[in-house]
Each structure stands twice: as structure tokens, then as C-alpha cells.
Design a protein around this ligand. Structure first.
Ligand SMILES: C[S@@+](CC[C@H](N)C(=O)[O-])C[C@H]1O[C@@H](n2cnc3c(N)ncnc32)[C@H](O)[C@@H]1O
Length: 334
């Protein structure tokens, strides 16, 4: 591995350089945004991991190209700053979105260390791209239509107990989860441990989608279950989507319900509101309704805490609150 470069001296205010953190999306031309394309065209220098530079090969003719390996993120950021200090426009390219397990964080860390501020003469633009969580979800149906989160299984920079604690917490809390960096040639057990932690809280038949090389020539999609997922072909370019307790698979599509069935019944094409529910206000088990229910209950805080799987001190606090009445609100646009 190369020795890391040293952080450049504080940025001179007169510099007119620019650093663009460009998310390339999943790796197909159709999913590269107009602004990402324009940013690459505008740049004098393109810096990035070899595979990502290959993705935009046709856009970079005649430009200075600095190819780096995966382990040289900080060096890439330092090199970008040096070029920008010399007045160049630099595009740092990442797959997906540069702010999701990408170059945006390390770049700001290097910039701040060098004394950069937003008005110190070097402009920084972040060009968003579709992250793997979105593109992989789009390939398998609608798995993210309810609360979701992303966890990286890479322990190259994060201690395993931190990763395990997060896996355990989100499995318990019933999030849909996207696992980034699930497995590599060297890191093969992390996905097995993730499965072990999830199985403590979720049913073995919980739907799982594994998308490998989404929107790239070797795209491969597998729909499976939590108990079988670790046996599947998973690699460096896979994202694993684990459903929540309501997620289902139908006609080869993985879908997480939005929650409409909690409020409405549909029969013979007709929609009606369930007993006790009203359109435009929270569910009867929403905040106001639930607080009223537990305040009227004769059960102890300990029993309520066990029933709702919430901390007892939170239940105790809520038993004493007074909530303002809820006004009906306009439907949310989506
Ligand atoms: C270092 S992270 C980079 C994430 C990227 N910045 C993003 O927003 O998608 C690399 C991980 O992203 C996921 N990934 C990136 N491109 C993918 C693709 N085309 N198909 C499936 N997963 C992908 C994989 O989990 C891979 O291990």
C-alpha cells in the first residue's frame, strides 16, 4: 500500500478551483444524471477507483485521469484538494451516491484538516446519484415503502461490535434493511453473523433480495429468505435487502406494505375506512389514540412496557403527558 500523502497547506483565498463529488448511480449510462454528466465534462481532472472510471470512460477523453485503488480514499481526497488549490476543476467520482459510503465524507475531513471553509476560494459541489439501496430496490419491486435503513458489513474501518449492535437494533425494531458491502473474498463470515442476529428477531421465512451488479452487464437477482440468504452467491458488488415482518413476495416482486391496510379495507374494488379509524387523522393506535389507551388502562408500567416492547421509563413518562387534540390534516403528497 502507498504511504498516505500529507494534508496540503491551508487553502489560499484566491484559488478558483472546484471539487465536484459526483455520484455515478449504479453504473449504467441511462442512470447517470444530467448534472453528473455535465460535471464530468466540466472537470479538468477525474479521480476515482478504477472500476468507476471505467464506467465513464467515454466522457473523459483528453482529461487528466487519476486512478486509485479502493484503499486510497484519503489520498484521493488530498490529491483533489491539491489540484483545486492549483485552480483546477476536479471530479471525484463514486458509484451510487458520493455521500453514501463514498468519497464525500473523507473529502470533507481532508478539507477541514487543511483549513478549508466554504468561502475560502475552493467551491465544493456534491452531485447526487442513485445509491445502491434505491437502484437495487427498484429491480426487485417496492421493498422500501416503509421505514428502512442501511448498514455496511465492512469492518475495515468500523469495529464489529458496532456493526453487530446496529444489526441487532434494527432487526429488533423491524426496519427493512439494506446491507452494503455484505461479503468479499476475505470477509465471508460477516453475512453469516448478520443472519444470526436477524434470526433472533425475525421469522426464518422473512423475504430477502440479493442484487448483484445491479444495472450492470452481469446483473443477477435472487429472491430468497432470511434462513437461506447466506448460502446464496453474494460478493463485493451485491446489496442484500432484508424485508420487515410485513414484507411479502408475489409474482417475483418484493413488496413492503405502506400501512394502508391498517386504516382501510378494500372489498370488491370498494374502499372503506375500518371501524374506529378516520381519513386524515392518525390511526387509533397513533400517538394520541395510544396515549389515551394506556392512560385509561389499569395495567402497570412494567406490563405495558412488555406488551409494547418499549422502555418502562418512557411508558412512565407518557402516562403523565397531556396531548393537544389532533386536527385533521391535508393528505400527504407523494
Ligand atoms: C463502498 S460501497 C459504495 C456505495 C455507493 N456509494 C452507493 O451509493 O451505492 C460499495 C457497496 O455498494 C453496493 N453496490 C454498489 N453498486 C452496486 C450495484 N451496481 N449493484 C448492487 N450493489 C451495489 C454493494 O453493497 C457494494 O458492496
Amino acid at each position: 500500500m502507498n504511504a498516505p500523502a500529507t494534508t496540503p497547506a491551508p487553502t489560499p483565498v484566491t484559488s478558483t478551483g472546484k471539487i465536484m463529488l459526483v455520484g455515478l448511480g449504479p453504473g449504467s449510462q441511462e442512470h447517470l444524471t444530467g448534472r453528473a454528466r455535465a460535471a464530468i465534462a466540466e472537470a479538468d481532472t477525474i479521480i476515482g477507483y478504477v472500476t468507476y472510471i471505467r464506467l465513464v470512460q467515454d466522457l473523459i477523453e483528453g482529461k487528466e485521469v487519476i486512478k486509485k485503488s479502493m484503499t486510497e480514499e484519503l489520498d484521493r481526497a488530498i490529491e483533489a484538494l491539491e489540484r483545486a488549490q492549483a485552480g483546477k476543476k476536479v471530479a471525484l467520482v463514486s458509484s451510487g451516491d458520493a455521500g453514501v459510503y463514498g468519497m464525500a465524507g473523507p473529502t470533507f475531513e481532508v478539507l477541514f484538516q487543511a483549513g478549508w471553509t466554504p468561502d475560502s476560494g475552493i467551491e465544493v459541489e456534491i452531485v447526487p446519484g442513485a445509491s445502491a439501496i434505491n437502484t437495487c430496490a427498484a429491480l426487485v419491486g417496492a421493498p422500501l415503502t416503509h421505514d428502512f435503513c442501511a448498514i455496511s458489513l465492512s469492518d475495515l474501518l468500523t469495529p464489529w461490535p458496532t456493526i453487530a449492535r446496529r444489526l441487532d437494533a434494527v432487526a429488533y425494531a423491524d426496519f427493512v434493511v439494506a446491507l452494503y458491502n455484505p461479503k468479499s473474498g476475505r470477509r465471508t463470515q460477516q453475512i453469516v453473523e448478520a443472519q444470526r442476529l436477524f434470526l433472533r428477531h425475525r421469522a426464518p421465512d422473512t423475504p430477502v433480495a440479493i442484487v448483484k451488479s445491479g444495472f450492470r452487464p452481469r446483473q443477477n437477482i435472487v429472491l430468497t429468505t432470511l434462513e437461506k440468504m447466506a448460502e446464496e452467491d453474494i460478493g463485493m458488488l451485491s446489496t442484500v435487502l432484508i424485508g420487515n415482518s410485513n414484507t411479502f413476495i408475489r409474482h417475483g416482486l418484493m413488496v413492503t406494505p405502506r400501512g394502508y391496510a391498517n386504516k382501510y379495507e378494500v372489498e370488491g374494488g370498494e374502499r372503506s375506512t375500518r371501524d374506529g379509524e378516520q381519513a386524515g387523522v392518525s390511526l387509533s393506535s397513533g400517538l394520541n389514540g395510544w396515549v389515551a389507551t394506556i392512560q385509561a388502562s389499569d395495567r402497570s408500567p412494567a406490563e405495558l412496557a412488555a406488551e409494547y416492547r418499549l422502555p418502562q421509563d418512557y411508558i412512565e413518562a407518557v402516562l403523565h403527558i397531556e396531548l393537544p387534540a389532533e386536527e385533521p390534516e391535508a393528505p400527504v403528497e407523494n
